[in-house]
Ligand binder design. Structure first.
Ligand code: NAP
Length: 330
């Protein structure tokens, strides 16, 4: 059965399988670079709005949620949903709306000419508008145990995973606003939070520092680093080393939150799109970048919220801005 939405867009039969992408097609109205919540949501909105839309997803589609276990705070899933499953659902929803998704990595872009050019190793694509939704990756400590216990005690997002760690002792690594905010937030659930920072003063704002220092559940480990993360099925211990004295201490903890900053995935755009000194895309007006017709959505420009739902919201906003842009530039 066909249905039509309020704007007259014909929706597909909901029981039909999604369309198979035409891999020979290279010219699109909208090209979305990145396939996390922002990219897929932008795809859903652009395709549903009648635009011929391509998502170039990279080699590992799904963004940060692919490395997460259960997601309890994405609305619409009463009992929660596994991160990778949520991303598969978003992908299929976007495809059902008509988005072409190609799992290839963008190696270069040319935003100086119109239509804009987006290159993978094997193909050159064209888009009248582009949405950059390449996200950001949390910085890693670089420890073997960090990788081994990712999703099994080691986390990069307290808002996402904190509630899984009720009545346990936890470690937070870092000395910036994120680390202090996360440590403070985690005291809602944890019996004790060990804040491990490599220097003897925090980078975080004074107000947040004071709040954390007045919190009896937070213990500061100054001039210290995490040397090792140990466990069996899940992480059970964090080995700390004082950089000045060389003393080591082993903490029995249920989880470790790494909050040492993020790296936006913007190297590709460095010479063409205005980035701030940390590499985040600078938005000029709503989701517009400095180049008319190029938009950005999600963690690639947002250093504050970094949630799947906010990234999805930004994807929706970028798609609406693209619609206005393409309507005015027919
Ligand atoms: P950040 O400000 O860059 O701080 C990163 C922290 O991690 C620093 O204390 C740094 O130590 C430490 N660090 C970096 N690499 C490390 C490593 N390899 N091993 C151990 N420690 C390491 O990052 P952020 O805290 O994520 O904040 C990013 C931006 O978002 C900032 O502008 C911040 O103000 C903003 N933000 C604001 C809020 C808020 O206002 N509510 C909340 C979160 C974030 P050093 O200090 O020694 O360099």
């Amino acid at each position: 059965m066909m249905a039509s939405d309020a704007s007259g867009v014909i929706l597909e039969n909901k029981d039909e399988p999604p369309k198979i992408p035409d891999k020979k097609k290279t010219k699109f109205d909208v090209v979305i670079i990145g396939a996390g919540p922002a990219g897929y949501t932008a795809g859903i909105y652009c395709s549903r709005g009648g635009y011929d839309t391509l998502i170039l997803s990279g080699i590992l589609p799904g963004g940060q949620l692919v490395n997460t276990t259960e997601v309890e705070n994405f609305p619409g899933f009463e009992k929660g949903i596994m991160g990778p499953d949520l991303m598969i659902e978003m992908r299929k929803q976007s495809q059902r709306m008509g988005t072409t998704i190609i799992d290839d990595e963008v190696v270069n872009v040319d935003f100086r000419r119109r239509p804009f050019k987006i290159l993978t190793a094997s193909e050159e694509y064209e888009g009248k508008a582009v949405i950059i939704a390449t996200g950001a990756n949390p910085r890693k400590l670089g420890l073997e145990g960090e990788q081994k216990f990712g999703g099994k005690g080691v986390s990069y997002c307290a808002t996402c995973d904190g509630p899984f760690f009720r009545n346990q002792e936890l470690v937070v690594v870092g000395g910036g606003d994120s680390a202090i905010e996360e440590a403070t937030f985690l005291t809602k659930f944890a019996t004790k939070v060990h804040l491990v920072h490599r220097r003897n003063e925090l980078r975080a704002s004074k107000v947040m520092q004071e709040r954390a220092m007045n919190n009896e559940k937070i213990k500061f480990h100054w001039d210290s680093e995490v040397k090792d993360i140990k466990g069996d099925q899940k992480m059970q211990q964090a080995v700390l080393k004082n950089i000045k004295t060389g003393n080591e201490e082993t903490l029995s903890v249920g989880g470790l939150f790494v909050a040492i900053g993020h790296e936006p995935n913007t190297k590709l755009f460095a010479n063409q799109i205005e980035l701030d000194d940390e590499g985040y895309v600078i938005l000029k007006n709503k989701t517009h970048t400095n180049i008319e017709g190029i938009f950005a959505a999600g963690d690639v420009h947002d250093r504050n919220y970094r949630q799947a739902i906010t990234a999805a919201g930004f994807g929706c906003m970028a798609a609406i801005d693209v619609d206005k842009y393409l309507t005015e530039h027919k």
